[in-house]
Design a protein around this ligand. Structure first.
Ligand code: G3H
Length: 318
């Protein structure tokens, strides 16, 4: 990840002026989702682009060194070599964008990626993921420990209570403290949009997170009842656009939670291309947080190359 967002002083006036036109958001989200998708070799190319933007994730209570190890090898070799050869992409070094794990599994992931001989960053969730209901001191220490263990990206969760009660200054200060604890590590701020109550709150929380120096804003933990939806995403990317126009800082976007099919991935790429432009279509500024998307993408590429779908045993699973 190249760019950093330096953030700015909290501008409460800007936050208080936010208004979201719900019918317009719904209409635009429907239009984007109804777009005809790309086909044939163009689809294969877009799917490979999606692969490079995946934060390949495992966030389960039963994660062990072994399944994290396996995930890391899949991160390095996300698509079968013969399939990449068939589309002329075997020499392009295609890997996923990052591997995303719990803090206690960072060491395992760093070790596995090193032994696979690759430089894919490890992203650690932190700050009492997913609920964020631990004390601030504990949350900050969690970030520092994950960074010390080798995480180069930190996915923090915000205190939903502060957003729900309009305590934007307190939220700004908490995120600012998290940013400081991250040091050189890039920070993605998870808004947990399914908990925020309204799209206006989503827009305001997006602005506050960016002002506080988040390098990315991320929709969800994947554990809320509602995760990455198009209307919510539209509101967040418009906030990113607004922030960029006013400050010149580019902030990345990461939808996460429930993104499972190649078709979904294509729809997300279209949204980014249309709303933020080609510059955002890279792992530096766009990530798809997903635990099971990669298998379907590999399956579709297999179909593109062979004309039929693979049996389960033919594609090594993440
Ligand atoms: O940040 C990533 C999410 O937790 C992944 O959610 P998922 O398991 O629904 O793909």
């Amino acid at each position: 990840m190249a760019t950093r967002n330096v953030g700015l002083e909290l501008d409460l006036d800007w936050v208080s002026r936010v208004q979201v036109n719900l019918p317009a958001v719904k209409l635009r989200a429907e239009q984007l989702q109804a777009r005809r998708t790309v086909k044939k070799q163009w689809q294969a190319a877009w799917l490979l682009k999606a692969v490079t933007c995946i934060d390949l994730t495992t966030l389960s209570g039963d994660d062990t060194a072994a399944n994290v190890h396996r995930l890391c090898f899949k991160a390095k070799w996300p698509i079968r070599e013969d399939l990449l050869k068939a589309v002329g992409m075997q020499d392009k070094g295609i890997t996923v964008g990052a591997v995303c794990v719990y803090p206690s599994r960072v060491t395992d992931a760093v070790k596995a990626l090193k032994s696979a001989g690759c430089d894919i960053p490890v992203a650690s969730v932190a700050t009492g993921f997913p609920a964020g209901q631990t004390l601030l001191k504990t949350r900050l220490e969690e970030i520092r420990l994950a960074v010390a263990d080798g995480a180069r990206e930190i996915d923090i969760v915000i205190s939903r209570a502060l957003a729900l009660t309009g305590q934007w200054k307190a939220l700004y200060e908490e995120i600012r403290a998290c940013r400081k604890a991250c040091g050189e590590a890039h920070m993605k701020t998870i808004l947990a949009v399914g908990d925020l109550g309204s799209l206006t709150n989503v827009y305001k929380a997006s602005l506050v997170a960016m002002m506080a120096g988040s390098d990315f804003i991320k929709t969800s933990t994947g554990k809320e009842g509602v995760n990455a939806t198009f209307p919510v995403a539209l509101v967040m990317v418009r906030a990113i656009r607004d922030y960029h126009h006013r400050t010149g800082n580019k902030v990345g976007f990461k939808p996460a939670g429930g993104i499972r099919s190649a078709k979904d991935a294509l729809a997300w790429l279209v949204l980014i291309k249309e709303e933020l432009g080609n510059e955002w279509l890279s792992p530096e500024l766009f990530r798809l947080g997903a635990s099971s998307l990669l298998s379907d993408i590999e399956r579709q590429i297999y179909h593109h190359v062979t004309g039929h779908y693979a049996a389960a045993h033919e594609l090594p699973m993440a």
